[in-house]
Design a protein around this ligand. Sequence first.
Ligand code: CUA
Length: 341
Amino acid sequence: MESPSRLTGLLFATAAFALGQSAHPVANMFKPQATPADSVYNVSMLMLAICAAIFLVVGGLIVFTIVRFRSRKMDDSREPVQVYGSNRIEIAWTVIPILIVVVLSMATARAVVEVQSRRMPANALKVTVVGHQWWWEFRYPELGIVTANELHVPLSTVFKPAHTVLRLESADVAHSFWVPQLAGKTDLIPGITNSMWIDPRLTGTFFGNCAEYCGTQHANMLLRVIVEPPADFEKWVAAQKLDASSASNPQMESARAAFLSLSCINCHAVSGTTASGTFGPDLSHLMSRATLGAGVILNTPENLRAWVKDPQAIKPGNLMPNMQLTSRELDEVVTYLASLK
Ligand code: CUA
């Protein structure tokens, strides 16, 4: 018997999921919203249609055979006529599958070439995506922005097409960037730079995952792509370019000093301060992100505190250790982080 509180928790979780408030929504790959995803969708539909036809033919023949040639009398033990070495049948079941495979390979190759050979306009937005165990780093080299786990890109319309070109790299092991509604999967491989592009035609948040097993927390290497109208995107860019907020009041000064005195800064950067670590996500505008721990929990004040207190309790195995902060240090660090709009 479920305890009432657990049941309530479950109901809340279900309601939150229904309202799209969960930190782990699932993308619907049957609703493509960018050109590369359209190509994947079209090939998938062709493949599903051919497979459905094969299923109907084979299933139909089996059902027909079962009914038509069923045993009618209990004592009917005669062998049916045996067919062996029929050239016609042999040729049919060799040639038809070969044709099907050829059609599918050609359709796939055509889609791959169409997507990969597309010339990108010179004004395409360039983003370098670096896969880390287990989070995503997004660098906008031409804009001087570094962020994590939530990629902002402009909306593409018929009148004002906007392409985003992603350069994919890895800081450690192989990962794979996959946002089903925007494009197919592309691997991020150490020592190799891959690239892909998207031109999203719908605003909103698109959910994705790492699609290549990369260790313990592979399943929690989630990502979000936030597609915004150009004006909103420009606003986001302007805010991200600013140095980290520096509200000056005595309490914040003390919180900032506490943060900068701790070893947080060996791994994390905050623009305009002495914190310049690059091993972990850039925290300059942490509060502009909706989630923490690469999408594992929503970025609420309670979750932020719980994460800083013991990241291993929330995402076991992740590379941020429990810093054993005193409760005073924890208060100061969380106060400071919460000010990084
Ligand atoms: Cu990164 Cu799986």
